[in-house]
Design a protein around this ligand. Structure first.
Ligand code: AMP
Ligand code: GLY
Length: 427
């Protein structure tokens, strides 16, 4: 079957790598893909939100399955676009519906949803620009740190954690001034103490299966300092997970979420990723993501023993109940090599040579993100450039292996965090 994967990150390279191994896969197209996907798929240029273009591609290349990686096209309603078009409606598409996409697309919607279904989460209040004075008063009534969020999609960047009210009030103004795109509402949230965990499930709309857990490292600097990024690295499984916690997550968060989605009458076929804060072995929901995580996907998929494409197809056929999700009994770590300057200004189109020096080992994976291939040479095109992954029995060994590989590459324009997994490896 011909498959179209939408997106251009390390997540999409990892997805394409996994599905390309399935004997059900004939040809993969990537929109727009990157320098790594080009070796496994045909990259097509275009915007992931250009649904008319995606329609043309789907018909021209006789696509039978569309896998949507990033949140934007999901939140913009790509699932509904396919299902309401007579020529596209029979094409399988892995993307939650537009209504379900609100769980990630609107933080205010998501918080109301959590409250209505008694899902444990931080207390919050939402303010519009007309009642900005009330936001200030509310902040004065709280104790620090203050958590402020722009309501819409902000690629993980629309969140402030402020230590004093002055900064918090300024943040409210910055959000309304459009720092993260048009924001009609600001959320003020209680600060949750604890340690974060990314928890994944896959759903066919009728049932769900647990996928795996990971821990992302969002701050640019070692020891979790500095600005927020798209993610500097991750490891799997999360050191926090245990049977008791897993059961609580399923009962208190995952099951009520799918009940609520069902009550809304929304269709959910695809991955659900809940960002959790864990305190005293109890889960609190920080946010919903209606997709796989990046870089979590890159660290999780190398441990998947089951055929990813078969699993995806069982979601399309609403037959997930009969599928088994099997994992290697190993640990995995992913370190992201970034362009110097990221998440602020960085140079683009810098050649990356030496990729042939990476050891060819079945336990080492290099997934491209911001790269492109020109005349068989790889150039950087983004802030997060390459993902180095290693699986083994020991996270520390995996991390050392990955670091050695990055040093072998010796890309002068790059930097990375050497401490990914520090909470479990270096404690
Ligand atoms: P979000 O975009 O909602 O995932 O927030 C980005 C990051 O901000 C999260 O991964 C957390 O590290 C942090 N964060 C968000 N909300 C809270 C909260 N209520 N308490 C503590 N940290 C938070
Ligand atoms: N790992 C963060 C994200 O995918 O949003």
């Amino acid at each position: 079957m011909n498959i179209l994967v939408i997106g251009s990150g390390g997540r999409e390279h990892a997805i394409i790598n996994s599905i390309s191994k399935s004997n059900k896969c004939s040809k993969i197209f990537a929109l727009p893909g990157n320098g790594g996907t080009e070796l496994l798929a045909e990259n097509l240029s275009g915007d992931v939100n250009d649904f008319e273009l995606i329609k043309k591609i789907s018909l021209k290349y006789k696509i039978s399955l569309v896998f949507v990686g990033p949140e934007d096209p999901i939140v913009n309603g790509i699932y509904d676009f396919f299902k309401s078009d007579s020529q596209l409606k029979d094409i399988n598409i892995i993307a939650p519906s537009k209504q379900a996409g609100l769980l990630e697309g609107s933080k205010d919607f998501a918080k109301d949803f959590m409250q209505k279904y008694n899902i444990p989460t931080a207390k919050h209040k939402t303010f519009s620009i007309e009642n900005i004075d009330e936001a200030d008063k509310f902040l004065e009534s709280m104790s620090p740190p203050y958590v402020l969020k722009a309501d819409g999609l902000a690629a993980g960047k629309g969140v402030y954690i402020c230590e004093d009210t002055e900064r918090a009030k300024n943040a409210v103004v910055e959000i309304f001034n459009g720092k993260f795109g048009k924001a009609e509402q600001v959320l003020v949230e209680e600060f949750l103490q604890g340690e974060e965990m990314s928890y994944f499930v896959i759903s066919d709309g009728k049932t769900f299966k647990k996928f795996n857990t990971a821990q992302d490292h969002k701050r640019v600097g070692e020891g979790d300092n500095g600005k927020n990024t798209g993610g500097m690295g991750a490891y799997c499984p999360s050191g926090l997970i245990n049977e008791e916690l897993d059961a609580k997550i399923v009962e208190k968060i995952i099951k009520p979420t799918f009940k609520a989605i069902n009550d809304m009458g929304a269709v959910y076929k695809g991955f659900l990723y809940v960002g959790l804060m864990i305190k005293n072995n109890n889960p609190y929901l920080v946010e919903y993501n209606v997709r796989m995580g990046d870089p979590e996907c890159q660290t999780i998929l190398p441990l998947l023993k089951s055929d990813l494409l078969e699993l995806i197809l069982s979601c399309c056929d609403e037959n997930l109940e009969n599928s088994i999700v099997e994992w290697e009994d190993k640990k995995s770590i992913c370190v992201v090599l970034c362009s110097k300057g990221y998440p602020d200004k960085y140079r683009e189109n810098v050649e990356i040579s030496n990729l042939d020096k990476i050891i060819n080992d079945k336990n080492i994976f290099v997934y491209h993100a911001g790269t492109q291939l020109i005349n068989n040479k790889v150039y950087s095109t983004g802030g997060r450039v390459l993902n180095f992954v290693c699986i083994s029995d020991d996270l520390k060994v995996s991390r050392e292996t990955v670091i050695k590989e990055i040093e072998n590459l010796n890309w002068k324009n790059g930097f990375y965090r050497k401490d990914i997994g520090f909470r479990i490896i270096d404690k």
